[in-house]
Each structure stands twice: as C-alpha cells, then as structure tokens.
Ligand binder design. Structure first.
Ligand code: NG1
Ligand code: ZN
Length: 541
C-alpha cells in the first residue's frame, strides 16, 4: 500500500477535526446540524473513492442534502453503481470511518479488508458529487473533494442537482444503456417519454410548491423540455422564503394543510416536493373549500391501477406480475383498495426506502411508495425482454401495439433508481390525462382513514424494539399489550410505534374511523410510550 497516500490523507484530515459526536449512517445516510458534518464529509469522500475501487472503478455518487429537514441541517448519502442506495455492509464501514479517532489507521485497515475480499479491485476510484441548495453544502462538498484528491481518486463536482438526478447520472455513467449521463440527458429522456405518452392529449396546468429548494429550479428546467404540453407554475422557488419552512411535501403531508406561499383556488391542481425533490404529494381544494391531500399511497394506487389495466389490454403475461410495496404508514384504506378493488398483491416492509426498493424487485413490475410521497416503479429484466419481444413481433395487432408502446414510454418515464418528484409528477399527469381524471376523480378511488402522527422525546430511542415490519413492539415489555387494548376500543383503529431512523424521537402513528378518534388514539399511545419508554420533557397532553 502506498504509505505516502495514507500520510497525505491523514495530513489533510487535520483541517476537519472530528467533534465529540457518535455518528450513524442511517436510512438517510448521515444527517445532522451542518456544523457537525465537515469531518464526516471528508471521510465520506474517502469512502466513496474506496467503494469505487471495490466496484472495479465504477462511478459512485455522493449527495449532500438533508432532504425535508431544516435549512440548518445537512447530510450525505453515497450512491452505488446502479444508482441504488449504498450496500448495507458499507453502511457499517461508513459508520466506522465517521467515528474513528485514528482516521489514517482506520482507512488503512478498511482498505486492506475490502481489497482482500474483492473480486475486481481497481486502483483508480471515480466519484461524482452534487448538493441541494443549502448554503452549507458548498463547503461540505469541498471537504469531500479534498478527501478524494488526497486519496488519489478522480471526481466530478456536478453542482446543484436533485437527489434523484444524481442517482440517474450515476446509473447512466456505469450503464450507458439507461440514458445519457448528464442533467440534460435526464431532461431529454424523461420529457420525450412524457411527450410520447400524452401526444394529442390536453393537460390542465399544475401549481408546484418547490419547498424553496432545488426542486423549484429543476422543475423550471424540465418545463423547457415539455414544449408547453404541461403548463406549470412554480411557487416557493427560493427567491424569498426559507427552505422547507412551512412548505414542501413533508410539511403538507404531516400538517395536512396547504403550504405557505401559495393561494389555493378551487378546481386547481397542486403538488409539493421536498428539499431534495425525491418526494411529491398532490393536493387541491374541494367545492366546499376543504383541503384534500393525495399522498404517496394515492400515487401508488393510481400507478398500480393504471399498470393493471394496461397489462390486461396489452396481453403481456408475467410470472411474478404486478405488486405494490408499502410500509406500516400506508393508510389502511389504500391497502384495502389495492387488495379488494384492484386485486394487486401488497407487501409491507420496514420504513426506509432501501427496504421498499429491495422488496419491489420481487415483482415484474414493483410499485413502491412511502405514504410521505417517496417512491418509484421497478421493472424486471424478464418484463423488459417480454415487452421488447412483443413490440418486435410482426403479428402483434395494432390495438395491442399501441398499448405496448404506452407501456414502454411509461417505463422510460420512470426513474427506476430512486423516488423522483419530477418523474413521479409526470407519471401522475400522464395517467390522469389518459384517464381524463381530475384530482377529485382520483381522490374518490378510496377515502383515507383519518390519521395522526406524533413524536415523543425519550432518553434513548433504542429501547423501543419492533417486529413484523414495525407493526408491533417487542420492547419495552408491556407496551404492545397496552397499544392493543387502546386500539381494540376504536372503530377501524390501528396504531404502531417505532424509533425514528433520522431523528432522536420515537414516532407514533394512529388511524381510526373519525378524526377525533385518530387524535385521541395517537395521544393515548404517545402517553404510554412516554411512561414505558423513558419519556423526557412534558408528557404528551
Ligand atoms: P424516520 O425518521 O425513520 O421515520 C423518515 C421518514 C421515512 C423516510 C426517512 C428518510 C416518516 C414517518 N418517516 O424516517 O419515511 O423517508 O425519513 O428520509 O415519514
Ligand atoms: Zn427527500
């Protein structure tokens, strides 16, 4: 091993001293107050280069973002070669490296370990970096670049991008068949699929809440490629308001009200994205002026229903078929609708996109969404091969060919690497246009059960341990029987408790037949958590 290189890495590291913090690479990578991140960022620059070396010099992505969190926060996630999230074993390497007191030694050991088990080791190392619009991102990217230089990796700083754009670019860099590896290539691929699908259809305009973040910039950029097929107005574009403050997809989903910064009008269509534009939720005002939310569950049922119809009419037969993946946060009505109305199989997995993504691979067409609006669709190789074969078949009837072509365009419109608000919005818009549906028509597919989420501060959130895709708690002992008792007394009641992976809190979810019951069930469960899991501060009331 090259001692000079490790010495160089160590020397440069002194610019980024590690504060007294225990870091964990969680479901969203590292996410903290920005001032606690320079040392982490330096180390993740090193890890990204090492990961690339271990993947035979395929390009690895490094995204600097804290998504829907406050502007003072920031974070970092690594992206694996096919545009997917970092492999689980490497999450542990990331945590180890971020916490090491002797970074030179830790990196030397890690390199040795990785190299010894690696089939296609390369001495090069290639990474691409991007950031959202957080001001702290500029210096944080610089720390990662310093690391890459010291560790003799090659790097490309792509400036400001949405998280899904960077995932797409990483994928295309390593798999050019997927598309052109640039921001422009992204707009071209997605817009041309959208224009194909909506050819000769008239689309009504959409109002987008850009959360004062990168989404606002990139929706506007995409607009230029859509040839006026979809009139878009972007609000909360960052020129005055603060990132994610009283706006954006998370605010709208959790508070179930309109974001600040736009005046809602009855009959108009609205969507909110989050701070790195990987989530989207829709909303509108009904005739009575009530706010109506169409969340990730409504999006996944819309997409699954459309795929179901088109699969039937295109006569494609698939072994593993169409399926939907949800988490425990999915509204009970959405699960019932998929099950009994659409007859589409539903799987439930733990919170965290990587779990949904993995499970979606079990289907030929796997639709996955978190209720908060993060999701996409995955297609199996078998599906792709069958579709292409049917399209090439000389005997394919013209009316079937039209359906197959729609299916192909729909597939190209999807960003399979990760949830993507731009791609997801265009999928929704294309489906609504094809069906001739308004948001109200879509909304009426099923009625959400009223629900409420709460956060409880506890001494140590790891005392809460869950099982059954987080739908039951095993620890603290006695908590689950209490939840069961509370739920039993409520019509259509359901409630679960889990430690957050991204914040230092325990989350409570409750749903019931009425808003009042959902509220009081959430409160009662929150109070039990407070009592049995070591609540701190004021008891929920
Ligand atoms: P945690 O903090 O583990 O609940 C939150 C979201 C997840 C996911 C991650 C990553 C909820 C209830 N949880 O996770 O769905 O999006 O952040 O950003 O919305
Ligand atoms: Zn996000």
């Amino acid at each position: 091993m090259d001692e000079e290189m490790f010495q160089n890495v160590l020397n440069k590291a002194s610019k980024y001293p590690k504060p007294d913090v225990k870091y964990t690479y969680g479901t969203a990578g590292f996410r903290l107050k920005a001032e606690l991140l320079p040392s982490v960022m330096y180390r993740m620059g090193l890890l990204a280069v090492l990961r690339s070396r271990a993947c035979g010099n395929q390009t690895i992505g490094l995204m600097v973002t804290a998504s829907h969190n406050a502007v003072q926060d920031n974070g970092v996630k690594l992206i694996d070669p096919m545009g997917e999230m970092l492999e689980a074993a490497w999450e542990n390497h990331a945590t180890e490296l971020a916490n090491s007191e002797d970074i030179g030694q830790c990196l030397r050991d890690l390199t040795k370990r990785v190299k010894s088990t690696c089939q296609d080791w390369s001495n090069d190392g290639n990474i691409v970096l991007a950031r959202d619009t957080r001001p702290s991102g500029v210096e944080l990217v610089q720390s990662a670049l310093d690391a890459a230089k010291a560790f003799r990796g090659k790097f490309k700083d792509l400036g400001i991008l949405t998280t899904p754009q960077l995932h797409y670019i990483v994928r295309c860099t390593n798999d050019p068949d997927y598309g052109k590896a640039s921001e422009e290539g992204y707009y071209q691929k997605i817009s041309s699929a959208f224009l194909k699908l909506t050819k000769s259809l008239t689309l009504s305009s959409i109002n987008i809440d850009g959360a004062n973040g990168v989404g606002a910039l990139k929706f506007a950029a995409m607009g230029k490629y859509l040839e006026n097929a979809l009139p878009m107005r972007v609000y909360n574009d960052g020129t005055s308001g603060e990132l994610n403050k009283n706006c954006g997809a998370d605010f709208v989903k959790v508070s179930q009200k309109a974001p600040e910064g736009l005046e809602m009008i009855v009959g108009e269509k609205y969507a909110s994205v989050d701070g790195d534009a990987d989530r989207i939720v829709y909303f509108y005002l009904d005739e009575t002026g009530s706010f109506r939310l169409l969340d990730g569950d409504k999006i996944s049922t819309l997409i699954a229903g459309f795929f179901k119809d088109i699969l039937v009419s295109s006569r494609l037969t698939l072994e593993r078929g169409l399926g939907v993946v949800q988490t425990a946060y999915a509204n009970g009505s959405s699960t019932a609708y998929l099950d009994s109305h659409l007859a589409v199989p539903v799987a439930c997995v733990k919170t965290g996109v990587k779990h949904l993504h993995k499970k979606a691979n079990d289907f030929d067409i796997g639709v996955y969404f978190e209720a908060n609006g993060h999701g996409t669709v995955l297609f199996s190789d078998d599906f792709k091969a069958k579709l292409n074969e049917a399209l090439l078949g000389a005997e394919t009837l013209p009316e079937i060919r039209v359906k197959l072509e729609d299916l192909k365009a729909l597939m190209e419109l999807v960003n399979e690497t990760v949830g993507d608000s731009i791609s997801d919005m265009l999928i929704v818009e294309a489906i609504l246009a094809k069906k001739g549906w308004s948001l109200k028509d879509w909304d009426q597919c099923y009625v959400d059960l009223p629900n409420r989420q709460r956060k409880i501060q506890v001494n140590d959130r790891t005392v809460v341990v869950t099982t059954d895709a987080e739908r039951k708690v095993t620890l603290p002992k006695g908590l689950q029987p209490e939840i069961d008792k509370l739920v039993a007394g409520v019509k259509n009641g359901r409630s679960f408790v889990r430690p957050s992976g991204t914040e230092d809190v325990v989350r409570v979810y409750a749903e019931a037949a009425t808003r009042e019951e959902a509220e009081s069930l959430a409160l009662a469960v929150a109070r039990k958590v407070y009592d049995l899991a070591g609540g701190v501060g004021v008891k929920p009331h």
